[in-house]
Structure formats: C-alpha cells, structure tokens
Design a protein around this ligand. Structure first.
Ligand code: MN
Ligand code: MN
Length: 461
C-alpha cells in the first residue's frame, strides 16, 4: 500500500514550521552529543518552562496538582519528565520513551600510551558499529572525569573550529592488499580503534625520553583540566564525530549528523511534552540511557528508576499505594519512540518494499521489532495499533508502517518490551533514518515534524 510523500500535504505555513523545528533540532544535536549533555540541556529547558525538580517538591512537602510539571534526573544520564493529568494516576499514563545514548568510541580506563613518538588513546566501542566507518574523520572527546575529592570535571575538546580534534588513522591503500581481502567486520578491528592524540615531546628534561610525548599530553591535561593519568579510571569520555550537524540535500530537505538514533525521537518527545497543555492522563516523557547496549544498568530502561519515580510522583499527588502504582502502570499506553531503518536505494535488496519505511513519508509505526521469526519482539496488540492510527488519522499526521528489513536478514529492538513487561499497551514508532548507527546519520525534516505532531496529539488525547 503506497503512502503519500508527507511534503505534499504541507502548505507554506506548515513548511515554515517544519523548517524552523528542524533548525532547532539541528542545533540541539550539534550541542548535545552525549547522554549527559542531553540531560543537562533538557533540564535547563525544563527549568525555563517552569518544570519543578521532583526532589525539591518532595522536600517542600507541597502537593502536586493537575498541570504541574516535574522532572527527575537519574545520575545525570537519564531523565523522566511528568505532567500531572486531570484523571487519577491509577487510570494510567501516556508515556513516550526514547533513548539519548548513541554508538561511539569510549575511552578505556587505562587509555594512554606512546609508540614511536605518537600518543594514542585506547578505546572500547559502545553499541553496534561498523568499525571501519570510524577511521579518518575528526573526532571530539566529550565527557566527565570524576575526581576522588568529589569534583566532576567536564571535558569537551574538539568542537570549536579553532579547537584541535583527535582521530583514528587507517592503513594507506598502497599497503592495504591484505586488509581489503578481509571480511568487513575484520577490516578494522576493535583494538585498532586507538585514537591519535599527540606527537610533540615535553620541552626540557624528561625522565624517560621514550615517554616524552605522553608526558607532554599529561602536562596539557593537568594544566587544562587539572586531571592526572590515574583519573582516567573514574572517567566517562566518549569520542564522537566533531562539528555540527548539517542541512542536507540540494533542496535542504534533510539533516545529516551524529547521534540521531535516538535523539531524533527524544527531541520531538520533549518538545511535545513542553508544548502540550493540562492533559487528561498524566504524561511521562522518558529519556533513557544504555539502550544501545541492552538497556542495562541503573540508567537504562530496565532499571527501577521510572517505577520508583512514578511512585514518588503519586505520593506527591496524595495518590500513592502499591496497588495504585501497579494499576497505573498496567493501565498506561506507551509510545516506544525509536528510529527505524529507512529504505536505501543503494542497498535495495536488504528491504521488502511493501513493509519498509521511507524517508519523507512521515512517522513510522512498527507493530513489532525483533529479528528472525520475531525473536525478542515487543509485538503491539492490533487494538493498540488501531488506537494510534486513529490519533494520526484524526490529526492528518503522515505515517507509514514498517519492519526493519527483510525477514531473515537481521533486526533489532527498542525499549518497548521493557515497558510492556508492566502489562501496558506499547507501540514502537519513530523517525526513519538512513545510515543508521554510522557516524553521520540522515533524516528527513518532514518526518521529524510529523513525529513531533504524533507525540503532541498522543499526550493531548
Ligand atoms: Mn535506537
Ligand atoms: Mn540504535
């Protein structure tokens, strides 16, 4: 069944809204390249919009009422935003859950070494990447170094135009005969993703001449950030593509940039949350970490964070009991907001055309994800799909339904199944993306806007 190109239904006014929304989004992903940077930025937007910090509400003993907005930050890496609805919370919430972590190269805990006058930083990649894509491009390093005295040093190097970048080198074509005979997964191996970080020896006397370039790098880190070599042990430093996301296409219809999986869903969900009024049902906007490695750990979706914080919100509304919490979770409807692979003409054989998502045809809903025989899928109920379809049809939102690709080729998952464990209704949906998980991913501006429109209609319904 053919879906119309979503651009066709936009008049001049809507076109202007699509473009201005996309520009704000482009700036957001250019400035927020790690889960921590996303949380920091969204918390600052939330404060500006009068959203209260949940722990402050708890401490003040003040009771929350319909229309009140609260946020709660989990270790600076995941975030939940709530708007209290008119109905009792035990009637269920309207939840939009996305993730704000993206594939990247993490700096190891013992990273620094010098070899033949070059200093390198050893990395361990995070999430599913084609390793050969991460060589020969300018990288920036973002993150924190936690010191034993309790201070947290924020690091961001390689983003300003005048700021030096780092990067991973590749073997020259002239010597790559053996390399190019290897399988794609082995062309560049995980241990070959060491980042080149320096080449200049420390001036003056150096105890070990063979370590003088490393000594110089350590002295720069000491001077600039006040950190020593052992502080890498308690650091979270992420190497990501340097520089801003860019408008793309001769028609300016797309965006190319790092980390769009899944900030291209997270950003519209946050905007829909801010732009909606007092809802019937309490709204939760969840921005989770660690989705790319299985949603594990304290800041991943499998953690009790959301459940615990919902209990606290109910307590602040004078509505908490264990039973009411269970009822609230089971009566909820959730959109698991995550990207979908877009059909790619260069790789047409990977897709089954009738059930693929296309750039420019609007928000994608996915009845199920998983792989090879729906393994590990969260399969939405037909009735849930119908409910969301109705919202989209009533609001003239361009949408398409798709699977990731051909049946036996592979697949993937989202946080949908984790929310579905509460016995709530969950549907996967999101923005179609080309070159997913590559250092630079591609999206269409109209799809981002239609996704925002779905999220807004969903929380307002
Ligand atoms: Mn994702
Ligand atoms: Mn992903």
């Amino acid at each position: 069944m053919d879906r119309q190109n979503a651009w066709l239904k936009s008049d001049a006014e809507e076109m202007a809204s699509i473009m201005s929304f996309a520009e704000d989004y482009r700036q957001f992903i250019s400035n927020c390249k790690t889960e921590r940077e996303c949380v920091k930025e969204i918390v600052s937007m939330a404060k500006e919009k009068g959203c209260m910090c949940l722990s402050e509400v708890m401490a003040s003993g003040r009771q929350l009422k319909p229309g009140d907005r609260v946020y709660v930050d989990n270790m600076g890496k995941a975030l939940a935003l709530f708007t209290i609805g008119k109905k009792p919370i035990e009637d269920g919430l309207r939840i939009i859950g996305s993730h704000i972590d993206s594939p990247r190269l993490d700096i190891k805990q013992n990273p620094l070494y010098e070899d033949e006058g070059m200093v390198l930083l050893d990395t361990h990649y995070y999430g599913g990447i084609k390793k050969y894509q991460w060589v020969t491009m300018p990288l920036a390093i973002h993150g924190v170094v936690a010191l034993t005295d309790g201070r947290n040093i924020e690091v961001a190097m390689g983003e300003e135009e005048t700021d030096p970048v780092v990067g991973v080198t590749d073997l020259l074509i002239h010597l790559a005969g053996e390399q190019l005979d290897k399988k794609g997964a082995k062309v560049v191996e995980g241990e070959a993703l060491d980042i080149l970080a320096g080449n200049m020896p420390l001036s003056g006397e150096c105890e070990d001449a063979k370590q003088s370039v490393k000594a110089n790098i350590l002295s720069i880190l000491k001077e600039k950030y006040g950190i020593a070599e052992e502080d890498f042990m308690s650091a979270e430093l992420e190497a990501v593509p340097s520089g801003p996301a860019r408008n793309m296409g001769m028609d300016n219809s797309m965006i190319i940039g790092y980390g769009q999986d899944d900030r291209v869903c997270a950003y519209p969900s946050v905007m829909a949350y801010f732009d909606s009024g007092i809802p019937e049902y309490t709204t939760a906007c969840l921005l989770m970490d660690k989705e790319e490695i299985g949603s594990v750990g304290a800041t991943g979706c499998k953690s009790l964070f959301f459940e615990n914080m919902l209990a606290e919100v109910m307590e602040c509304c004078g509505q908490y009991s264990e039973l009411k919490l269970r009822r609230a979770l089971a009566a909820s409807v959730a959109l698991s907001a995550d990207v979908n692979s877009a059909y790619d003409s260069n790789y047409a054989s990977a897709f089954e055309k009738k059930n693929s998502s296309y750039l420019g045809k609007g928000v994608v809903i996915k009845k199920f994800t998983g792989s090879r025989g729906k393994s590990a899928a969260s399969d939405a109920n037909a009735e849930t799909v119908a409910k969301i379809r109705k919202i989209m049809e009533d609001n003239d939102i361009a949408y398409q339904i798709a699977e990731i690709g051909k049946v036996d080729l592979g697949g993937g998952g989202t946080i949908a199944y984790i929310l579905a464990n509460y016995d709530m209704e969950v549907l996967d949906c999101g923005v179609p993306v080309l070159s997913m998980h590559a250092p630079y991913e591609v999206t269409s501006k109209v799809d981002i806007y239609e996704t925002y429109r779905l999220f807004k209609a969903f929380v307002e319904k």
